[in-house]
Design a protein around this ligand. Structure first.
Ligand SMILES: [Zn+2]
Length: 314
């Protein structure tokens, strides 16, 4: 399996359009030691020709153009010039940062969308714009899956990619735009998932961009992975409140911070197996600054801080 990080920032990207925090200001001024990042997007393939997106970010169009493997191939004689190596997507939550990109893939292209029934219902039944993905037969095909079950990732035509996905239920909160009435009809266990992707080689990717709490059961699952993309949204619990003067804590937003006794840096220190990479990093996170102590604290402990364009083979 080949794994590509197309985007590594949290919602808003880095820099964020309405943010003049220390990081965003320094990046714009050209004095920042570190890289700009687009909003989190990962793509995976087994055969190198047919790719699956983990989520669909608002930056997807630019991310596709920056990734030659995802460009449509030149048509051979008599062939139509409209096709895509992107076979489909797997959805782990219904957050706008994670699903808006689907609307950018609406040009009558066949796609298979693997999603829990709760997420499918929010998008297809309540948000009529997503009907643009279903204007003709054989456009978007939706395949439901439940947390815990092992699911083959299928092409739009139903061919098995060889990749297997199992979702872990990590949270119980749907996005704020989902009405209370709709929420009462949905399964909260399907609101926020981590994804474990197995390749035929026996290697495993863990994709965990939003983790509200780390317990022993999760640690066991994470230590079964060879490559871990873990929630690096916030360094500290009150980071946004200090930046904005008001707002929510990291925990209230469904993200365990990197630092603090309950944070991922401390809790995941004992993992033996996976290569550990922080992904989904908010622009306020001091870990983005390669001249700063936070960056070196995680690097010296064996963590890596994801950048757009990184690629791995499992
Ligand atoms: Zn900022």
């Amino acid at each position: 399996m080949r794994v590509k990080i197309l985007g590594s920032a949290a919602g808003g990207g880095f820099p964020q359009w309405n943010c003049a925090c220390q990081n965003c200001r320094a990046l714009r001024a050209g004095t920042f030691r570190g890289k700009a990042r687009t909003q989190t997007q990962v793509a995976i393939t087994q055969d190198g020709r047919s790719w699956f997106l983990l989520g669909a970010s608002p930056d997807l169009r630019a991310q596709i153009e920056a990734t030659p493997e995802l460009h449509p191939r030149a048509p051979s004689r008599g062939e139509a010039p409209r096709q895509s190596p992107i076979a489909g997507a797997v959805l782990a939550n219904a957050d706008l940062d994670h699903v808006l990109g689907l609307l950018l893939l609406r040009e009558l292209q066949p796609l298979r969308v693997h999603a829990p029934a709760s997420i499918r219902r929010i998008l297809r039944e309540d948000n009529t714009m997503f009907g643009m993905l279903e204007r003709v037969a054989n456009q978007a095909s939706w395949t439901d899956f439940a947390p815990g079950e092992s699911l083959p990732l299928l092409s739009p035509a139903g061919e098995d990619s060889g990749l297997r996905c199992r979702a872990l239920s990590l949270g119980t909160h749907f996005p704020a735009y989902v009405s209370a009435e709709r929420q009462s009809q949905l399964n909260p266990q399907e609101s926020s998932l981590g994804l474990l992707i197995d390749s035929p080689s026996g290697k495993r990717l863990a994709f965990m961009p939003a983790v509200p709490v780390i317990d022993d059961a999760l640690l066991t699952e994470l230590d079964s992975a060879d490559l871990l993309f873990f929630d690096g949204t916030f360094w500290s619990g009150d980071e946004l409140i200090r930046t904005q003067g008001s707002g929510n804590t990291a925990q209230q937003m469904g993200h365990v911070p990197v630092s603090s006794p309950e944070g991922s840096f401390h809790k995941l220190a004992g993992l033996r197996r996976p290569r550990k990479i922080y992904l989904h990093i908010n622009n306020t996170n001091p870990m983005l600054d390669e001249a700063g102590p936070e960056y070196w604290q995680v690097r010296d402990a064996g963590w890596e801080v994801a950048e757009d364009g990184w690629q791995f083979d499992l």
